[in-house]
Every structure is written in structure tokens, then in C-alpha cells.
Ligand binder design. Structure first.
Ligand code: ADP
Ligand code: NA
Length: 327
């Protein structure tokens, strides 16, 4: 039987966070054993808001090295940069033409990111989801491993694929979302009702995969909690504590009930110390491998090979889509 296909991407819009790892990357590593995998560095999504060119290039390299450092194996998964596969922009245009402005304006990420920008909302923010749909559909992906924040975009991708297939014939596989059991939505350490994001201007709000142990400890120590000093999983009333528990359970596999029992009668200091230790233990070997990859000349070869494989698969799908449309 032919292997099913996986596609996912991460934006090189900053240093990858623990949220990106627990929500997305960690799943990638498990999935590469079983599926045909394409993991992309989505730099065209990153430019939907202005980026400093030198920083963007550095972030792309960092992300490539991190993909490898967390355990992605270029023999098993194609790792590549979005702008090196022109079919993304080409099918992206077709998907934009398949979408309606009304449905794009309803996307919550668009609403969040465009807030307060008045007349200067970048057009790219609005048409980001059809480009993301193209990313996924080009590979005929069956599953898309992402964090919870991407659910609405995946639903739109399915709608656009179905709309296209109904109009022109069966070209696209309809993809399904895959979210992890623990860690699908890691929250900001400073405002735990908001998701942890690498583009947060407050550096204390997120843990970067490259933070050193001291910094990790400091950020977790300062993480916002509440004043009752009781360790109980209750996202609504105790978002900060629940977020720390989620991080710990994603790192160690402990359930919320087990943690509630283990920390009974103990305060937030004990929980924070354990979360910091678990995160440091998770990051240390990844950071060692990251440093080795950054020094290695093989990084560019990996990305070149990945782009070659991705171009081949993506162009097949693009040709089919263009053909049925009469282009
Ligand atoms: P960011 O918002 O940090 O820039 P991206 O948009 O590049 O992240 O998303 C990359 C992947 O990481 C996606 O699969 C997304 O769902 C996941 N992700 C992002 N933030 C979080 C989070 N706070 N918790 C869990 N997963 C997340
Ligand atoms: Na994002």
C-alpha cells in the first residue's frame, strides 16, 4: 500500500518557541517514520508582515537547523524552503481566486493580526490562508500536523479544495488536521489567555528553543500565575497554572490528575522548578545538535535535496490544476 502524505510548515518569523515544538515539531518527528513527509520553512508567509532581510535569512537557517536538531531525518522527510518551490505561489494565486473575501475576513488570525492597522493592513495578511491551502494541497497531503490555532485555516483549506474539485473535477486530496494530545495550545507566559508566539514583542512571554538554561529558569519563574497557590488544572480560572501543567505534561507525559496529586500541598515554586527542569532537559540535547548543524556545510545540501523532491511532487499537482481550469 502506498504511504499516506503529511505536509506542515513553520514560519521563519523569529526563533522557534516551545509552543511550536510541542504543538507541531514534536509530532513531525514521530510521523516521519510512517508517512511520506514534506516539512516546509514558510518564508512567504513570514513576509505577510515586514521582515528585516538579514534577520529573515538568519531565521530560515536557524529553522532548518532546528528541524534537523529535533530529529527530522532528511532520508525520511523532505525539508525545504517555500520560496524555492515556485508552485506554492502559483497554486496560491489559484486558491486566492477560489476563495471569497468574506470568508477570509472571518479568519480569527486575520482579525487579530490586522487589529489597529487601520488603512495599512498588508494584503498578504488577508490572503495568507489561500496560500496555506496551496502549500498543503500541492502535496496531496492526507494529514496536516499543526497546533490548535491552525484549525480554522485547515477547515478553510478543506472548503477551498472541495469547491475547486466540485467546479473542475477531483484534483485535490481533502486533508485532515492532526493535533497533539498535550501541548496543542501553549499559552504566553506573561498573558496566559493568549497563545505563546515567536512574534510576541515581549521576550519574556515565550521560551525559544535556543534559550539557555538560566534564561529558561528565569522566564518560568516569572511566569504569571494567580494568588491562591493551589495546583489545579482549570484553564478558565487558572490559565497560568494550567499552562505550566500543560507544558510539564507535554514534556514528561504525566496526566493532569497525576500532577494534581503530586503537587497537593505544594506551592507554585515547586511546580515552576520542575517545569524549568523538564524544559531544560528537553532543550539541551536539541541545542547541542543545533550547534553542530549550524556549523555543518551539509545544511544547504539538505535544503537543496528537499526542494528538488518538493518541486517534483508540487509541479505534478500544479499542472493538473492548471489543466482542468483551462490555463
Ligand atoms: P508562531 O505563531 O509562533 O509564529 P507559526 O504560525 O509559525 O507560529 O506556527 C507553526 C506551528 O506551530 C503551527 O503548527 C502552529 O499551530 C504551531 N503553534 C504555534 N504557536 C503554538 C502554541 N502556542 N502552542 C502550540 N502550537 C503552536
Ligand atoms: Na503565526
Amino acid at each position: 500500500m502506498e504511504k499516506k502524505t503529511i505536509f506542515s510548515g513553520i514560519q521563519p518569523s523569529g526563533l522557534i518557541t516551545l509552543g511550536n515544538y510541542l504543538g507541531a515539531l514534536k509530532q513531525f518527528v514521530e510521523l516521519q517514520e510512517e508517512f511520506e513527509c514534506y516539512f516546509c520553512i514558510v518564508n512567504q508567509h513570514a513576509i505577510t508582515v515586514p521582515q528585516d532581510p538579514a534577520t529573515l535569512r538568519q531565521n530560515m537557517r536557524n529553522l532548518a537547523a532546528l528541524y534537523l536538531a529535533v530529529g527530522l531525518d532528511p532520508q525520511k522527510a523532505s525539508l525545504f524552503i517555500q520560496s524555492e518551490v515556485p508552485a506554492h505561489a502559483q497554486l496560491g494565486w489559484i486558491m486566492m481566486c477560489t476563495s471569497y473575501v468574506g470568508e477570509l475576513e472571518r479568519m480569527t488570525q486575520y482579525k487579530d493580526k490586522s487589529q489597529g492597522r487601520g488603512e495599512t493592513i498588508p494584503g498578504g495578511l488577508l490572503v495568507y490562508p489561500p496560500l496555506m491551502a496551496a502549500d498543503i494541497l500541492l502535496y496531496q497531503a492526507h494529514y496536516v500536523p499543526v497546533g490548535e490555532d491552525q484549525r480554522q485555516h485547515i477547515e478553510l483549506t478543506r472548503d477551498l479544495a472541495e469547491r475547486f474539485n466540485n467546479r473542475y473535477g477531483e484534483v485535490f486530496t481533502i486533508p485532515e488536521i492532526r493535533t497533539p494530545k498535550f501541548g496543542a495550545r501553549i499559552m504566553s507566559l506573561q498573558e496566559p489567555t493568549k497563545k505563546m508566539s515567536k512574534s510576541d514583542p515581549n521576550q519574556g512571554a515565550f521560551i525559544s528553543m535556543l534559550d539557555d538554561p538560566k534564561l529558561v529558569e528565569k522566564k518560568i519563574k516569572r511566569a504569571q500565575t494567580d494568588s491562591d497557590n493551589q495546583i489545579r488544572f482549570d484553564k478558565e480560572n487558572k490559565p497560568g497554572v494550567s499552562n505550566l501543567m500543560t507544558m510539564l505534561s507535554a514534556c514528561t507525559g504525566q496526566s493532569m490528575e497525576e500532577m494534581e496529586q503530586a503537587y497537593h500541598g505544594k506551592g507554585y515554586g515547586a511546580l515552576k522548578a520542575d517545569v524549568a527542569e523538564a524544559v531544560v532537559n528537553l532543550l539541551q540535547p536539541i541545542q547541542e545538535r543545533f550547534n553542530n548543524w549550524m556549523e555543518s556545510k551539509k545544511l544547504d545540501d539538505v535544503l537543496d535535496d528537499g526542494a528538488a523532491k518538493a518541486n517534483q511532487r508540487a509541479n505534478e499537482t500544479l499542472r493538473k490544476a492548471e489543466q482542468v481550469m483551462g490555463l
